[in-house]
Ligand binder design. Structure first.
Ligand SMILES: [Mg+2]
Length: 379
């Protein structure tokens, strides 16, 4: 039997950074990126690192973890992840807090617990999730944004191809006729040698989404992402049935309980849960397994994420049989580029690899983290 281990302290750090360039989609335009970094310390010296995915108010996340989740964790064995996740979720569910900020806070804690488990067993986290399904992860570049002239957007796409990516994503959904014309320009330039994903960021109605999806069929896009708001699963079922363009969604959904409706009702070709929103590594793996059982592909959402959520996502992707492709943001994001000592960089062909180091192999740049810290709390 391994010796007992206890959680003795939890530190939360709210980070905020400005971003440059256009980050404009059909429904939002952002000018900052935020993180709530969680460090969970144990009585034998091991600590784990976690993060929620771009919580607009990282300070609120710090208070949530200190006041609601930390009392359920202190003194407990951090390796009992399933039981700890369940006990935290049970408290949150009692008042309907099964989505949004509360589950994002739970996500950050869960990621840190997996980091501790890996370090305690001297194993990379993907090994504990079933092992390796592939040597490297194929990645696509995010994203050709809206909010700039067509020639500049074409140049952005060319830049991703020049950098070695064989796939990239295009923001769309404000004017679908212009979007279709832009996709045609991309096909004219690159032929069918690159994969193109199209993201409408929930900006369309059912009728316009159906017209858009059918217009995209001849361009054989990799998928049409979040054409409509996530409240309308019935309309997704109809859309999925009515077009050969693959339909993807999931970055706005939470936990395997939320995804079972989408997957069980045959609403999607591809699920896109986000590790820092949907309940952490524990839930990301369950969602990948559930979708795999229904023949649905798994392309986890990562855009806007920090280096911590990128690493956590990569470990699940490496161990998931139905993994399709990895989202690697190429926009300015200091929390992806500067928060750790070894930021994720694609090799030629847009391939990502993970080092065989214990846990999630996250080494924070503490000086950088301190430079953009807006709140620090502990429990
Ligand atoms: Mg998206």
């Amino acid at each position: 039997m391994p010796p007992p281990m206890k959680i003795v302290r939890i530190e939360m750090s709210a980070l905020k950074t400005k971003v440059e360039g256009s980050h404009m989609t059909s429904t939002v335009d952002i000018s900052s990126k935020e993180s709530c970094i969680v460090r969970i310390f144990t009585d034998d010296g091991i600590f784990g690192v976690g993060d929620a995915q771009r919580p607009e108010s990282p300070s609120a996340m710090c208070y949530l973890i200190r006041d609601v989740l930390a009392p359920l964790l202190l003194g407990r064995d951090p390796r009992d992840i399933e039981e700890l996740w369940s006990s935290m979720y049970t408290v949150l569910r009692a008042r309907g807090r099964t989505k949004g900020f509360t589950i994002e806070a739970l996500s950050a804690v869960d990621i840190a617990l997996w980091d501790i488990l890996g370090k305690s067993l001297n194993a990379p986290v993907y090994r504990l999730l079933g092992g390796s399904c592939r040597a490297t992860l194929r990645a696509y570049a995010t994203e050709v944004m809206l909010g700039k002239p067509g020639p500049e957007r074409l140049q952005d796409a060319q830049g991703y191809v020049n950098a070695g990516f064989g796939a990239f994503k295009v923001a769309a959904g404000i004017n679908i006729d212009e979007d279709v014309a832009f996709i045609k320009q991309l096909r004219d330039r690159f032929g069918y040698t690159v994969d193109i994903a199209v993201d409408a960021n929930c900006g369309l109605t059912y009728n316009s989404a159906l017209r858009f999806a059918k217009s995209l069929e001849r361009f054989e896009v990799m998928w049409l992402e979040e054409p409509m708001p996530p409240e309308f699963i019935d309309q997704y079922v109809e859309l999925h049935r009515g077009t050969s363009t693959p339909i993807a969604a999931g970055e706005s959904e939470f936990t395997v309980f939320g995804f079972k409706d989408w997957i069980g009702r045959n609403a999607l070709d591809i699920v896109q849960p986000d590790v820092g929103r949907t309940g952490g590594i524990s839930q990301l793996k369950k969602i990948s397994d559930l979708s795999g059982a229904y023949g649905v592909e798994f392309a986890p959402h990562c855009g806007h994420g920090s280096a911590v959520t990128y690493s956590a996502t990569a470990h699940v992707a490496k161990s998931s049989k139905n993994f399709k492709i990895f989202e690697l943001e190429q926009l300015h994001n200091p929390l992806r580029e500067q928060l750790v000592l070894r930021p994720m960089k694609p090799a030629q062909g847009g391939q990502i690899s993970i080092r065989d180091e214990p846990g999630l192999d996250i080494e924070l740049d503490e000086a950088f983290a301190k430079s953009c810290e807006v709140l620090s709390l502990s429990a």
